[in-house]
Design a protein around this ligand. Structure first.
Ligand SMILES: NC(=O)C1=CN([C@@H]2O[C@H](COP(=O)(O)OP(=O)(O)OC[C@H]3O[C@@H](n4cnc5c(N)ncnc54)[C@H](OP(=O)(O)O)[C@@H]3O)[C@@H](O)[C@H]2O)C=CC1
Ligand SMILES: CC(C)(CO)C(=O)C(=O)O
Length: 311
């Protein structure tokens, strides 16, 4: 299969290396020139839970026009980059090609829909990777729990099973699900609980949970999102959302959410797709969201300062 990974950062590099190692023709497309040059010069090194491999068969480019038509196009940018990536990807998406987009937060499918038809789009959720870039051409990941994928419109189709098999054969614990929207929302509730609260207070997941005032704010933010999920009729696999996010957080006490890592590095985060989207949905449904309004306002102000520094 010919595969393009658009956004070959921390997660995209893992996808590209393992899929290429399984024998697929893989192109890594990224805006980071030094990373692309390093992959082409020395191969793509991925180290951590999947072992330590340097894959020399991945071809990398900053110019998507180099790639040609593909069978599978994986969008692995941050949430804010998905629309631009989908727009750029149009020339590589063959007539029977599938597009798989894997981001945290809500709205990836809608962002893609602004640029192309979505009848061949699959949505994914990545859980438990703890991935980061060590240097150009070199990614690391602490774990490798699960990749969940599903049709945007729901249902288990033959093409979804084919894509699931491609990931499984490459060594991922990948699973196709009938209702990916439910899983995206379940991960979203965890992200709302930990992302902005840990970033605001500059604490790890376990530290947030151990601090009664901070944890009460995190739970307050999550319950606003949960109320919205109920109003929208999103099915969830649990009745007790507090127990659900508590069990999730208890499994990763030492983790720093990627939003906090972005802020530590002076980078704009995925705030708009996580805590920042809660007030927007709340306004549409007349549900008040004071916790997320406050957390989002604080972090937006910090991000405006990062943006000024890079101008
Ligand atoms: N890291 C992790 O452990 C996990 C991440 N996720 C989710 O996966 C997604 C990706 O995260 P992650 O890999 O960490 O992010 P990274 O920032 O490491 O990687 C994204 C890459 O995409 C590049 N990019 C942005 N726009 C384009 C474009 N139009 N064309 C080509 N390349 C582009 C970025 O370049 P530049 O920096 O120049 O913009 C960057 O190199 C996020 O939604 C994240 O929340 C989910 C689970 C775990
Ligand atoms: C740890 C968690 C759940 C926090 O939102 C995460 O997925 C992230 O790092 O963004």
């Amino acid at each position: 299969m010919k595969i393009a990974v658009i956004g070959a950062g921390a997660m995209g590099s893992i996808y590209a290396a393992l899929l290429a190692d399984a024998g697929h023709e893989v192109w890594a497309v990224d805006t980071w020139g030094a990373h692309v040059d390093a992959i082409n010069a020395k191969g793509l090194r991925v180290e951590g839970a999947s072992g330590d491999r340097t894959v020399t068969s991945v071809r990398a480019t900053t110019n998507i026009a180099d790639v040609g038509v593909c069978d599978l196009c994986i969008l692995a940018t941050k949430a804010s980059g998905v629309g631009t990536a989908a727009q750029a990807a149009a020339p590589v998406i063959g007539p029977d090609a599938m597009v798989l987009t894997i981001q945290n937060g809500l709205g990836a499918g809608e962002r893609i829909a602004q640029h192309m038809p979505t009848d061949n789009v699959l949505l994914g959720v990545a859980d438990g990777f703890g991935a980061s870039m060590k240097s150009p051409g070199h990614a690391h990941h602490n774990s490798m729990k699960l990749i969940r994928i599903g049709e945007m419109g729901g249902g288990v189709t033959d093409r979804l099973k084919r894509v699931e098999a491609v990931w499984q054969e490459a060594g991922f614990n990948a699973k196709a699900f009938e209702n990916i929207t439910q899983l995206i929302w379940e991960k979203f509730l965890c992200n709302v609980t930990f992302s902005a609260p840990c970033t605001t207070f500059n604490v790890k997941v376990g530290e947030l949970m151990d601090h009664p005032d901070q944890w009460q704010i995190a739970i307050g933010a999550m319950l606003e999102a949960y109320t919205i999920a109920q109003a929208k009729g999103v099915p969830l696999s649990f009745d007790d959302p507090v127990a659900y996010v508590t069990a999730f957080g208890a499994g990763m006490p030492k983790a720093r959410p990627s939003m906090l890592l972005d802020h530590m590095a002076g980078r704009v985060s995925e705030l708009d797709a996580i805590n920042g989207i809660v007030p927007i949905m709340g306004r549409e449904l007349a549900i008040s969201t004071p916790y997320n309004n406050t957390l989002t306002a604080i972090l937006r102000q910090r991000e405006a300062a990062f943006e000024k520094k890079t101008l």
